[in-house]
Design a binder for this molecule. Structure first.
Ligand code: SF4
Length: 340
């Protein structure tokens, strides 16, 4: 049975039309699910009893269960159990401007980035759209607060689960869904070039973040397997085309790995690669994990790297470190659960 939480409003309208009902029923259902957060169909007073029975027969209302929660001052991490007993995790961060969430898009990940805990565990399956939507819904219920921005940057490569991720974006962006502003939604990809081209045709104003993490193919080949399929030159062409078509600034993610990609020579090379583009660079201090033999660059090196970029006219920020005490590196909580 299909989960109702995986239905965009458009798809739900088609369902009601197929039942000979008016399509505004979809709007009423969205309000019950996402505004009132009420999945008890029997209490949906503006929908007649016979139709409520049909809805109960045609849809499942099941959501993934939160089975563990780890807290830090500014971060909270949730481990979810899915209906097939697989596990995924989501992290929320408290900012001055609101609460953001980082959601997972797959169970495991096949991209195999050398620095990533999630990549140690192969992809088991894609998450369905409802499993993405309900990460937000369940955490909002748990916190009794609203989440205002979303990054699709947890376990998985979102563009390798394209259709479900797109449905998810449409549902959470719907004014009668979770009403998360489109410019407050960021999709982060390791660089699946053909899918970046698909995405630019969707005409949605999300933020695109690209995990570049290296200024040349030699280094990127060492740390990101995807580079052996789509190299930096192909990726940069896709980024330029994306900016030209969407007129949106792209974020370049760059994780700072000690003595791998953090020299001033790398910074200069990166500045040359990105020169003149409507981008900004987000330098990410690496979250070390016991299973991976890579270290974080020290704070001084990161500052010097940022200074070189700035001096060359590149917009750059250093990401604030969140949650290193609570296994916040993507995939650590799930790994612990699998190893148990
Ligand atoms: S960094 Fe992202 S794309 Fe790379 S292995 Fe980890 S989850 Fe997959």
């Amino acid at each position: 049975m299909n989960s109702i939480y995986g239905y965009t409003r458009e798809k739900l309208e088609a369902y009601f039309l197929s039942k000979g009902e008016k399509k505004f029923k979809a709007l009423q259902v969205f309000e019950w699910l996402y505004v009132h957060k009420n999945s008890n169909v029997d209490t949906w007073s503006n929908i007649k009893k016979e139709l409520r029975e049909e809805i109960k027969k045609d849809f499942s209302f099941e959501t993934p269960k939160i089975i563990r929660e780890e807290k830090d001052t500014l971060t909270r991490k949730y481990l979810f159990e899915l209906k097939d007993k697989e596990h995924i995790e989501s992290v929320i961060m408290f900012h001055d401007y609101g609460i953001s969430i980082c959601v997972s898009s797959q169970v495991g990940c096949n991209m195999g980035c050398a620095f990533c805990e999630s990549g140690r565990r192969k992809k088991v399956r894609n998450l369905e759209a409802y499993e993405l939507v309900t990460q937000i819904l369940e955490i909002e219920k748990n916190l009794n607060e609203r989440i205002s921005s979303v990054v699709i940057m947890g376990i998985g490569e979102p563009l390798d689960n394209y259709e479900n991720v797109l449905s998810f974006i449409r549902i959470i962006n719907d004014a009668k869904g979770l009403a998360i502003g489109i410019r407050h939604i960021t999709l982060s990809t390791s660089g699946l070039v053909p899918k970046i081209y698909d995405l630019m045709k969707e005409n949605i104003q999300i933020n695109l973040a690209v995990s570049l993490h290296a200024p040349n193919d030699t280094i990127r080949n060492q740390i990101m397997k995807v580079n052996q399929v789509y190299n930096i030159s192909q990726l940069m062409t896709a980024i330029k085309d994306y900016i030209a078509v969407t007129n949106r600034r792209v974020t370049i993610e760059y994780v700072m790995l000690k003595e791998i990609n953090d020299s001033s020579k790398c910074a200069l090379e990166l500045a040359t690669l990105l020169h003149g583009l409507n981008i900004y660079v987000n330098l990410i201090p690496y979250n070390e994990t016991s299973h991976i033999n890579l270290s974080k660059s020290d704070a001084k090196t990161i500052k010097e790297f940022a200074a070189v970029l700035k001096q060359k006219g590149i917009n750059v920020t250093i990401r604030k470190e969140f949650g290193s005490k609570i296994s916040a590196a993507c995939g650590q909580l799930r790994s612990k659960e699998v190893e148990k």
